[in-house]
Design a protein around this ligand. Sequence first.
Ligand code: NCD
Length: 306
Amino acid sequence: MNESDFVGRDVVSIWDFSREELEFIFDRTSEIEKSGSPRTLEGKLVALLFYEPSTRTHSTFEVAAQRLGCATTGFSAPDKSSVAKGETLHDTIRMYEGYGADCIVVRHNLMGASRFAAEVASVPLISGGDGSREHPTQAMVDLYAMRKTFGKIDGLRVGILGDLKYGRTASSLCYGLSNYDVEISLIAPDLLAARKETLAALAKKGVKVRSTSDVKDVLGSLDVLYVTRIQKERIPDPTEYERVRGLYKVDLELLRQGKKGLKVMHPLPRLDELANEIDGTEYAGYFTQAAAGVPLRMALLRMVVS
Ligand code: NCD
């Protein structure tokens, strides 16, 4: 396998990448982390079309593009673009292609929007997360951070806590982890439990899965506790949100019941589900995880943009 094998590839689902391809991307990421990258995309243009708020995904794509010598354009809030006037995703993609974009990154509230955009675009389309199911590059960042912290992903026991129903990072991570020999504990209040399709996908891949609503049932065995926020904006019924709000919180007192070496990860942003007191401790893996977003997205851009 070499980098040119990826030229022109869309990145719309973590399912589109084999374990070997993921490992290849992680090897490139690690090289970039250690020694940087030549500015191989000098003169290229990446369009960042963000129909939903973002801090990390937008900024890391921007920084990654700039470090490769590439310019960026686009919008980070649909209310500031013609989207607010009703312009379709189709037309917007065609516009940015016309302006010479060599790659387009789309974040959207609707599931399937990136796949649709990829069909419209003739240049590589990367999803920056869509709807409540897929956030492929975040899953890559998460897997890479696990590999970096523990040396390998095989053998890990990973607990995924929080909004497993509406959180796209949680389901994308589950799909990504299913390429490895891992044990996954799905920890969520009943109303936010993983969707049937996620469970079915994990079962089909033969992944060992435990489900519980109480983190203490599984904490003692975990290497990684991946915490997610409740996706208030995706819960259709406000009364449903009120019923789950504040139902789980990870703090030092809880983590001390875990095993030695336990790492807490979080795609961020955090609200009240992850206590700030963890930040300076050996449990905190989330800032290193977030920082890996730049080299990983550099590796991806370098590979897919010709
Ligand atoms: C996540 C997202 O947008 O799905 N953010 C991110 O990209 N790190 C997580 C979230 O919003 O909860």
